[in-house]
Design a protein around this ligand. Sequence first.
Ligand code: ADP
Ligand code: MG
Length: 379
Amino acid sequence: MLTRLCSPLLLYSQVVVNPVGGTGIALKIWKRDTEPLLIAGNVEYTLLTTERVNHAKEYVTTEDLSSFCTIVIIGGDGLIFEVVSGIMARDDHAQVFKNLPLAPIPGGSGNGLAKSILHECGEACTTKVATFVAITGAPAYLDISRVTTTSESHFSFLALSWGMIADVDINSESLRWMGEARFTVSGVSRIITRKLYRGRLSMLLADTVSGDTVTGENSSEVSDTVTEQKQGTALAKLPPLCESLDTCVAENPDSWLVLEDDFIMVWVVQTSHASTTMYTGPGVTLNDGIFTLTLVRGKCNRSTLLKILVDMETGTHFQIPEMEVYRAKAFRLEPLTEDGLYSLDGEVIEYGPVQCEMHSTTSLQILKTDNNQALLSPK
Ligand code: ADP
Ligand code: MG
């Protein structure tokens, strides 16, 4: 059981609000839902309203965060990505993550982390419920992965996509005013185009998977020792990106799956939801140390693609044979199509070979409530 450093009567939160996230309602959410509940809950706060891209990142990299108990983040996954990257840039990042759980309030167009946390709490994904969890929740671990491209290194908590999902995510920026509907509208236009991407995907398969349930300890309230053991034994380390994986695959052929094909999409998610309407499927938890890779290959026709997109909301897309699902501890993707883009937690990163492995020394923390005690929402 993890303990919060501060007394429950003297909570002090850093609040970060992105006024332009999603449909631009994050400041309204702050005033209408979050601020009144923090005040009612006896929580003091310092508010940062971001004024530009990377403002939140620079702030958390340089500020003294030692007096805070939480970082409440009102915006989308892109804002959380900035906060995580900013903290990772600090020398004391492990200490900061240990003492400072993140509490996302859904205020962007991509709210995958907020949805995944509330899903695990058994709660509806609303701004009020998310604020209650931010005030009353207990710390729990969240996987963080290291993502390496030819010249960059990132830390990710949510999802990497290539092909259709990345194109939908990034190229729908001009439809931001629509909120999450932008993904559906852009998705339909991408289905019509049905662009193929050739690539090689090498996956170090997770051996802890049985049926569609990932076995292992529950994600909530695990002890430091359990996490250290999990990180010491179960997490996989890949060779540097510039080195071939041939030797690893030859030495351990049963653990590796290497696919070279035309893909419509490769979508790798660490959490149960990549957005409020994109369900990764049952058995995926916040700190299982596992990537869920979902692939659609070039042979899939347009009507099946449309069905996959529609069924994503409920997770029934996994019943469609063209939707392949793998659980992996680590993977490398080598695009053979020259032009393309990646979306990592909703942000564009360098295109080319990329590999992802769970971070071996750092776990993020979020706040969760007991999923047997609903706060505001009916079960
Ligand atoms: P969404 O889910 O709609 O993408 P996010 O909150 O994730 O919303 O934010 C999207 C982007 O907005 C982030 O990449 C962040 O860097 C950027 N951003 C934050 N504050 C501002 C600002 N004041 N002006 C412009 N962009 C900003
Ligand atoms: Mg996971």
